[in-house]
Design a protein around this ligand. Structure first.
Ligand code: T1G
Length: 697
């Protein structure tokens, strides 16, 4: 008798119940249990119809992703779905929560589907580098047609129960909270009306209607841009198209072939790693799950500039009141105007209503007085990257804010301990590093100081979830995790241009790897003056930062997009980078001044120098404990810098490239190029020599 799937007859209805927390995923035990329960239902002469329901928070949310990459144990899901479809007794699926992937495919194998109004359905396999592999690409089109099926399967987006009803995917929607009762009610109607076991695979209308349609080519063309570099979305189109070209059985075979191609792709491995890593980062090693969190009911933000304004929006979006402080009324007015413009733009796109714009603006209260921060629970400082200014502000906050208020800095590189030293409450001080644009980028890099209290760490990690960010807790060092690695990549990219590469060649190597922007396009977006000021600060602190052609751009006022000229040119209102011959001339002149004879540089050298210097830095970050796990580094880069999720993040990608290959190349660069950044990290050397991976840590 299965522990996770039970059969029990209630009147004339045989109820099959799945109970496999947390999301009733289709593990081997569940698949076997479903077959056993079906056999019981079919043998039960009293049962005139069968009902498939789930306990807990949701209907089946898909195949058990934890089983991917391991040998598949029979029965496979297609076999289970087919057995349900072949039943002579009508089977009704009652959906609550989210019926996703294999869960929706199970429901499509049933003869009728009832959904609660609050339920959602979807085929999100494409987000894992896959495609529906248990008949979804063949059955969904038989109910919903080509366009809707292609939309759902190539985006992986969930749709509401009412949308599913309209599309013909479910047969009824109930405004109830009890899926089993709704299902039983529908099942009794099926019995009373003598409805047959209507097999989706036998439906032909939608197939006939869309046969020969050019919608498949339209989707392939659209995906060229939307799914740049991805593998499985194109296979999704091929699989759905097969439903309109082949008889059902052959279509199922075609789906299986395409599914296996996706299952074996490195992109599936990367995306599944990213899926679990995003959930693991919120489980901080050494921070007990039951660590109390402080009650954050109101927030004070210092600085109404790009960052401060964006940060304020995150809290207003979820109904948390914000006090926004600036030193001058003009700066405050400007900041509020930008926030309002951002909300108005979102409303124009129909994503929020005008009423929500006003509600959110009302939650952001401007002030010029620190005294107004006396009762806030959390303060986030978002001013200039200047230690002196920050310490002065924290000294004031220490005097003004109530006991127990958390004092956070949005600094992107500076020492949290030094900032905390300006207060008498270092245990309440923490870094909360948002990424620009702060109301869009999902990463929140939370930085623990030496004395930061555990409940403060737990609170900022909880805040990340509340404001719909992905929080990662990291240690305190220059640049923390993300920027520390980015600075190494940036320095190497600048040197590559010094030596003979063009900025656009370097950027193309990075965009070909899957980054949304290259190094120099990104610094044009952030502002070349940001990097320039950081380099100057580090030179003033005595570090040996060689002069660079980028400094000349800053000194000429070419600061990037905001001045319509940086490494690239930008037309009015456009973000499209245009190579500028004046910059080529500036670089050439810089090389002459420095006595550098330019040379041909291959894309491979650019890739290795930009990426392996990051991996080497990542290894140092891990051995110093600045990041607890390789997956923390991966998530920082996926959500903070657009590292392609289908490559799993830098450390996962390094494992796929091969730690040994990377170590040997880093060693060679240390011998030929010199510099501490190329000194192989002991951890990298150890893993290479032991034949291990970052994922094995
Ligand atoms: N398999 C295994 N574990 C899963 C899982 C799954 N499919 N989905 C979620 N979990 C775990 C998750 O790791 C976490 O674990 C806990 O459940 C709560 O998840 C043949 C091949 C369902 C919308 O892609 O979208 O079917 O951290 O934190 O925010 O065609 O989970 O607690 O230990 O995300 O409320 C298709 C993926 C699979 C759905 C719930 N299905 N899951 O969100 O909770 S491929 C999916 C989700 C497939 C077939 C193919 C979400 C959710 P822990 P959570 P949530």
């Amino acid at each position: 008798m299965s522990e996770v799937v039970t059969y029990q007859r209630e009147g004339a209805i045989g109820v099959i119940t799945v109970n496999y927390p947390p999301v009733n995923a289709l593990s081997h035990a569940v698949r076997s249990g479903l077959l056993d329960a079906l056999k019981q239902g079919q043998a039960d002469a009293e049962a005139k119809a069968l009902l498939l329901v789930c306990e807990g928070r949701t209907f089946i949310a898909g195949a058990d992703i934890r089983e991917f990459g391991k040998p598949m144990q029979e029965p496979g899901l297609p076999t289970v779905v087919e057995a349900y479809e072949n039943s002579d007794k009508p089977i009704i699926a009652a959906i609550h929560g989210t019926a996703l992937g294999g869960g929706l495919e199970m429901a499509l194998g049933c003869h009728y589907r009832v959904a609660l109004e609050s339920a959602k359905v979807g085929l999100p396999e494409v987000k894992l580098g896959l495609l529906p592999g248990a008949g979804g690409t063949q059955r969904l089109p038989r109910l919903a047609g080509a366009q809707k099926s292609l939309e759902m399967i190539t985006t992986g987006d969930f749709i509401s129960a009412s949308d599913a009803l309209q599309a013909g995917i479910v047969d009824a929607v109930e405004a109830s909270s009890d899926a089993k009762a709704a299902g039983e009610q529908f099942a009794l109607k099926v019995i009373d009306e003598g409805k047959p076991a209507r097999r989706v695979r036998e439906l032909t209308d939608r197939i006939e209607a869309d046969k020969g349609s050019d919608v498949f080519e339209q989707f392939r063309t659209g995906l060229q841009k939307k799914a740049r570099g991805l593998f499985s979305p194109f296979k999704c189109v091929d699989a759905v198209e097969a439903a309109f070209q082949l008889p059902f059985e052959e279509g199922m075979k075609r789906e299986r072939e395409l599914f296996m191609e996706c299952m074996e792709s490195p992109q599936r491995a990367g995306l599944v790693h990213a899926f679990f890593a995003e959930r693991e980062v919120s489980k901080v090693p050494g921070l007990p799950k039951d660590t109390p969190v402080r009650d954050i009911k109101s927030v004070g933000i210092i600085g109404a500039g790009t960052m401060g304004g964006g940060i304020a929006m995150n809290f207003a979006n979820v109904g948390i009141p914000v006090r926004l402080l600036e030193v001058k009324q003009e700066a405050l007015d400007k900041g509020l105007a930008i926030i309002r413009r951002n909300y108005e733009n979102t409303a124009k796109k129909g994503r929020i209503t005008q009423a929500q714009v006003e509600e959110r603006m009302a939650l952001i209260q401007p002030t010029l007085a620190y005294e107004d921060f006396g009762d806030v629970d959390l303060v986030i400082e978002a001013v200039f990257e200047n230690m002196g200014i920050k310490k002065e502000i924290f000294g004031t906050l220490d005097k003004v804010c109530k006991q127990g208020a958390i004092l956070a800095s949005n600094t992107s590189t500076l020492d949290i301990d030094e900032i905390a030293s300006a207060t008498n409450r270092p245990e309440d001080v923490v870094g909360m590093h948002f990424f620009s644009p702060a109301n869009v980028m999902k990463l929140l890099e939370n930085v623990r100081g030496t004395k930061t209290a555990d409940d403060v760490k737990a609170t900022v990690m909880d805040i990340a979830k509340r404001i719909k960010k992905v929080g990662v807790l990291v240690g305190n060092c220059y640049g923390f995790v993300g920027n520390r690695m980015l600075h190494q990549r940036g320095a190497e990219a600048i040197k590559l241009v010094n030596e003979g590469a063009t900025p656009q060649q370097v950027d193309k190597v990075l965009t070909d790897l899957g980054f949304p922007m290259g190094q120099f396009a990104m610094s044009d977006l952030a502002g070349i003056d940001v990097g320039y000021r950081i380099r100057e600060e580090r030179r003033n602190a005595g570090e040996n930062i060689p002069p660079s052609w980028m400094d000349k751009l800053a000194e000429q006022g070419r600061l990037g997009q905001k001045t319509q000229a940086g490494t690239y040119l930008y037309e009015e209102g456009s973000r499209k980078p245009i190579p500028d011959p004046k910059v080529d001339a500036l670089i050439e002149e810089f090389r002459k001044e420095q006595g550098i004879e330019p040379r041909e540089i291959t894309d491979q050298e650019i890739l290795e120098r930009c990426m392996y210097v990051m991996i080497n830095e990542g290894a140092k970050i891990l051995e110093e404990g600045i990041a607890d796990r390789a997956l923390d580094v991966d998530i920082v880069w996926i959500y903070g810098y657009g590292f392609p999720a289908y490559r799993g993040g830098p450390m996962f990608w390094a494992d796929q490239v091969g730690v040994k290959e990377i170590y040997e190349t880093v060693k060679r660069f240390h011998d030929t190029l010199g510099g501490d950044q190329w000194k192989p990290a002991p951890l990298l050397e150890r893993l290479a020599k032991e034949g291990k991976t970052f994922g094995s840590l």
